[in-house]
Design a protein around this ligand. Structure first.
Ligand SMILES: Cc1cc2nc3c(=O)[nH]c(=O)nc-3n(C[C@H](O)[C@H](O)[C@H](O)COP(=O)(O)O)c2cc1C
Length: 182
């Protein structure tokens, strides 16, 4: 049994110019890093410059880097934004680029949208089931109307801090348990 800390990636699900996901991801990371129970890092899918799946010969360096990054992680927190009642195309494409790299790991979801991004989060749960990612119950939902100013400057209500910590409690516990299966 190793005592090495688990590695948890906080995955930013949007790539568009003007996106708010970095603000949300940095807020999650700030709460997470105060805990000291795992190594947390932001994983920005935009950094990998992934092509649209299947449209190239697959030799872009970002594809390998994305696979290696996911392989290095024990668990995930998805920062999910609602696009037409689902997840963004960019996140779906990035998720589809890997398979074994996801399996037998745990994930939490922090979502935002007009209804807290709930519809997108529920779609993601279905996708994660196919990939053998165990998604935890606690799910912080952020409102574009009350947790953002002008839908662009993130000002989260205090109550969300407890939800993020409760979600991370579950992600860390399940990530540790599932590591024994890999
Ligand atoms: C193409 C598109 C579709 C959207 N559809 C929805 C939607 O169905 N429900 C919702 O609550 N918000 C919707 N929104 C608003 C986004 O949730 C909001 O713009 C959010 O900031 C997007 O995340 P991002 O800034 O990280 O890209 C949509 C935004 C875009 C760009």
């Amino acid at each position: 049994m190793t005592s090495a800390k688990l590695s948890i990636g906080i995955i930013l699900g949007s790539t568009r110019q003007g996106r708010v996901s970095p603000q949300v991801g940095e807020w999650v990371e700030g709460i997470a890093k105060q805990r000291g129970d795992a190594n947390y890092e932001i994983v920005d899918i935009a950094d990998f410059k992934l092509p649209f799946l299947g449209t190239t010969d697959g030799t872009e360096p970002g594809i390998k880097a994305w696979s290696e990054k996911l392989s290095s992680l024990d668990g995930f927190v998805f920062v999910v934004q609602e696009y037409n009642h689902s997840i963004s195309g960019a996140l779906k494409n990035a998720v589809d680029f890997a398979r074994d790299e996801w399996a037998n790991k745990a994930a939490g979801i922090v979502s935002y949208g007009s209804t807290g991004g709930a519809r997108a989060a529920e779609h993601l749960r279905g996708i994660l089931g196919e990939l053998q990612v165990a998604d935890v119950r606690v799910h912080p939902t952020l409102s574009l109307f009350t947790d953002f100013e002008n839908f662009s400057t993130f000002k989260p209500a205090e109550l969300h801090n407890n939800n993020v910590n409760d979600m991370l409690d579950q992600v860390v516990a399940w990530s540790g348990a599932l590591k024994t299966l890999r």
